[in-house]
Design a protein around this ligand. Structure first.
Ligand code: NAD
Length: 480
């Protein structure tokens, strides 16, 4: 028996362990065993959540930013106190190593704290009037309204934290729909707010059939803002639904991050950093480095160091202390990895290591490296979202840059070189929302996270993260 908690929905301040949409199992991806039954919301619960969010919005938006900050930071204190227990829940339902889960909980508290601070700085401005009779033209920033927030399973508390933290700090109420695969971490987040005394209805949590929930909530007149993190096809569908009601929309979608390793880079050190970044969370990261373009002079030593690092990774149950890479989230993703590898090999790529699922229970796939992958291979165009690295040699960095920019994705990109002037020029030409030069750390509470092209629009975290939940309002005062 695991110590996974009984999942519940949370609507208008009340926990519900049964709902009209039935239930589905939550699976431990390290074993394939069911952890618990998750209640699923039907239309009646979704309407109740929307009504609660609408009613409580009137209360929360009037609450002074300082009082909102006090409540939100009481919740983040609880998150930190509970980090060990929440990390265990996350590893059970998502599979990532326990230390990664714990870091994610603590980082989520930092993200929310940063946004809560920013909530006190949602400044407006006074614009000098043209006519003498006009006393003041005040530009203020006001909360958009109740928000529907959709998050995936790869970062089960970090992604909800970015959205919930920003919405609540801005004065919006919210309905969170976390991934049905990983509800326990999101429930722990919401429980911290409940225990911190957040007024009923300001934050609600529902799970259900994802398409039904999003269609129902986005069409609901109470909902004024939608934020989604997930795949590009779903992001486009939700964007179209938002357009129907002219609802504000933030979309953080997939990526297929290129990495340019220039001829003057340190091959061994770059490979070491790259292995750690590539296989973090089993590669199920939207900003995961995937398409490595390595200068031909470094290609052999880079591949050798990368493959040695990938082979040395300890793959296993995230609860085992030695584990460095856990399972994939579900069996569908294993089949996806196998299909991408088979297609690449059929196109003429070389398999340098991995390439197959691992024996035993659970959804484990070996850390995989493909080299000399032709442009015709699907894996060079489709985001693998798993533990597959593609390493190709290049001769001319203009050509490498063109290949890096050739896809519709534009989330993260990375480049490694000692030549910072060249790095500056290349970084300016890379089509990506975030560029890491000589490191992979592009996701911090203080900095905006978001993509260009089909990787989405809008940013989360940083000051921009709060702005996504604020409208601009002009009030112009004239003498009576
Ligand atoms: P998926 O598209 O079925 O699901 C991704 C997430 O979107 C899940 O949390 C799911 O519940 C949600 N979702 C699906 N349909 C929805 C709908 N109509 N309305 C609202 N939410 C919906 O894919 P999957 O097999 O679970 O994941 C694989 C793909 O998802 C990856 O290839 C990757 O591109 C994408 N993904 C991206 C991120 C990211 O951080 N950008 C995170 C997870 C998954």
């Amino acid at each position: 028996m695991s110590d996974y908690p009984v999942p519940a929905l949370y609507i208008d301040g009340i926990w519900l362990d049964a709902a009209s949409g039935g239930s589905r199992p939550v699976i431990n991806p390290a074993s394939g065993d069911a952890l618990a039954a998750l209640p699923l919301a039907g239309a009646s619960e979704l309407d109740r959540a929307a009504q609660a969010a609408q009613r409580s919005f009137e209360v929360w938006k009037q609450t002074p930013a300082q009082a909102r900050w006090e409540c939100i930071t009481r919740a983040t204190r609880l998150l930190r106190e509970r980090a060990d227990a929440i990390a265990r829940v996350m590893t059970l339902e998502q599979g990532k190593p326990l230390a990664e889960s714990r870091r994610e909980v603590l980082l989520s508290a930092d993200i929310i704290d940063f946004l809560a601070e920013e909530g006190k700085r949602a400044y407006g401005r006074l614009v000098p009037p043209r006519a003498p009779a006009v006393l003041a033209q005040a530009v203020t920033r006001v909360p958009v309204g109740p928000a529907a927030l959709f998050t995936p399973w790869n970062f089960p508390i970090n992604l909800p934290a970015r959205k919930v933290g920003a919405a609540l700090a801005a004065g919006c109420s919210a309905i969170l729909k976390p991934a049905e695969e990983t509800p326990g971490s999101a429930i722990a987040l919401v429980r911290a707010f409940h225990d911190a005394g957040l007024p009923p209805g300001v934050l609600n949590l529902v799970c259900g059939d994802p398409a039904q929930v999003s269609t129902h909530l986005i069409a609901h007149p109470a909902i004024r803002k939608v934020s989604f993190t997930g795949s590009i096809p779903v992001g486009k569908q939700l964007g179209a639904l938002c357009a129907g009601g002219v609802k504000r929309y933030t979309a953080e979608l997939g990526g297929h991050a290129p990495v340019l390793v220039l001829g003057d880079a340190d091959a061994a050190q770059t490979a070491k950093l790259s292995v750690a970044a590539k296989y973090r969370n089993a590669g199920q990261v939207c900003a995961s480095p995937t398409r490595f373009f390595v200068h031909r002079a470094l290609f052999q030593p880079f591949v050798a160091a990368f493959v040695a690092g990938a082979r040395a990774l300890r793959v296993g149950d995230g609860l085992t202390p030695e584990t460095e890479m856990g399972p994939l989230i579900h069996a569908r993703r294993l089949a996806q990895m196998e299909a991408l590898v088979a297609d690449a090999l059929a196109c003429g790529a070389t398999l340098a290591c991995g390439g197959q699922r691992l024996p035993g229970p659970g959804f484990f796939f070996a850390p995989t490296v493909l080299t000399d992958v032709p442009d015709t291979a699907r894996v060079l165009r489709e985001e693998p979202f798993g533990p597959i690295a593609i390493i190709n040699a290049y001769d001319d960095h203009d050509d490498a840059l063109a290949r890096a920019n050739a896809l519709p994705y534009g989330l993260a990109a990375y480049l490694f070189t000692r030549d910072l002037a060249l790095a500056h020029t290349l970084a300016a030409r890379i089509e990506a929302g975030m560029v890491g030069v000589n490191h992979f750390g592009v996701s911090q509470p203080e900095t905006p996270f978001g993509g260009v092209k089909e990787s989405g629009y809008g940013s989360e975290s940083g000051a921009e993260g709060l702005a996504a939940y604020l409208d601009t309002k002009l009030t112009s005062f004239a003498s009576p």
